[in-house]
Design a protein around this ligand. Structure first.
Ligand SMILES: Nc1ncnc2c1ncn2[C@@H]1O[C@H](COP(=O)(O)OP(=O)(O)O)[C@@H](O)[C@H]1O
Ligand SMILES: [Mg+2]
Length: 230
């Protein structure tokens, strides 16, 4: 049996105090180390809500999350942010690159936030990541001097700089054309194979989802499909 990196037990989410909206209705899911899972579902089905809870950016109304067998519901803020910073990388539809910094500087930013100096080994790893995402030639360009696809590649390398075991991606290619989308998914798969990073990726593109190891569909806050793809 492969190691479980994340376990969701009976996750429920209700938004609002006066007018209540039930968004997630008891989600139970386990994710195995090194796996590549896609989550599909219509707009409003609760995908982003679930991913924010998986990433400990939001808390469920009921239920619990275990990350590497550690329950997160009784952790204090500091312990939780340490666990998050050490284990999870995020990729969003909008990359949130800092426009006044170069591609390389943006990639190093999550490291710099926690450390004063960038040691040689980390700089070398950043350059390895730049190479991996195919941006060596433009590493010193400002984020604003890059195409949408290049900017998302920078965001992917940035998500990897702290060597997370898990990457959560919420519609990472939602703003990109289909050719660039295919290239980005090939890159994510390459990272999954190269570093063994576990991927959980939300996509509205079923064709993309069918290329992953496992496809989960959310419908109105419930898991209505959970299939392993051979
Ligand atoms: N902060 C919030 N407050 C209230 N309702 C929210 C909030 N975030 C999302 N919702 C609602 O929860 C439902 C699921 O949203 P979301 O998780 O963003 O779905 P998806 O990512 O699948 O499109 C939607 O009906 C949305 O309007
Ligand atoms: Mg969403």
């Amino acid at each position: 049996m492969a190691e479980t990196v994340m376990k969701l037990s009976n996750i429920k989410k209700t938004y609002g105090k006066v007018i209540k909206t039930d968004v997630l209705h008891g989600i139970n899911l386990d994710f195995e180390n090194h796996s590549f899972t896609s989550i599909i579902g219509q707009s409003g089905s609760g995908k982003s809500t679930l991913m924010n809870i998986m990433g400990t950016l939001d808390v469920p109304s009921e239920g619990s999350i275990e990350i590497f067998n550690q329950r997160t519901d009784n952790m204090d803020k500091n312990a939780l942010s340490t666990l998050r910073n050490e284990t999870i990388g995020f990729i969003f539809q909008h990359h949130y690159l800092l426009p006044e910094f170069s591609a390389l500087e943006n990639i190093l930013m999550p490291y710099r936030i926690q450390h004063n100096k960038v040691p040689k080994a980390v700089m070398e790893y950043a350059l390895e990541l730049i190479e991996l995402v195919g941006l060596s030639k433009v590493k010193d360009n400002l984020a604003t001097e890059m195409s949408g696809g290049q900017q998302q590649r920078v965001a992917i390398a940035r998500a990897l700089i702290n060597k997370p075991k898990i990457i959560l991606a919420d519609e990472p290619t939602g703003a990109l054309d289909s050719e660039t989308t295919n290239q980005i998914y090939k890159l994510l798969r390459k990272i999954n194979r190269t570093y063994g990073t576990t991927f959980i990726v939300i996509t509205h593109d079923r064709k993309i989802a069918e290329k992953t190891d496992r496809m989960i569909e959310l419908t109105d806050g419930k898991v209505t499909l959970d299939v392993t793809i051979e």
